[in-house]
Design a protein around this ligand. Structure first.
Ligand SMILES: [Zn+2]
Length: 66
């Protein structure tokens, strides 16, 4: 078995997520920079006091085939 593709990988906690991932610039699963065709993984829910930290995260469109 290989690792699951990014689109089905477990989502991390929003806390401590690198900026590139929380801003949708990098895959939330593998951390690679995203270009066209990124797939939305929905929102990670986070809250810090009165501040809502929800972020929309994205992942690679498909597993790489080499
Ligand atoms: Zn990825």
């Amino acid at each position: 078995m290989t690792a699951p593709p990014c689109a089905s990988a477990p989502l991390p906690e929003v806390y401590g997520l690198p900026w590139e991932q929380s801003s949708g610039r990098a895959c939330v699963a593998c951390g690679k920079p995203l270009t066209a065709g990124a797939v939305s993984r929905g929102h990670l829910r986070g809250r810090h006091g009165v501040h809502v930290l929800d972020v929309e995260v994205w992942c690679c469109p498909e597993p790489e085939e080499t």
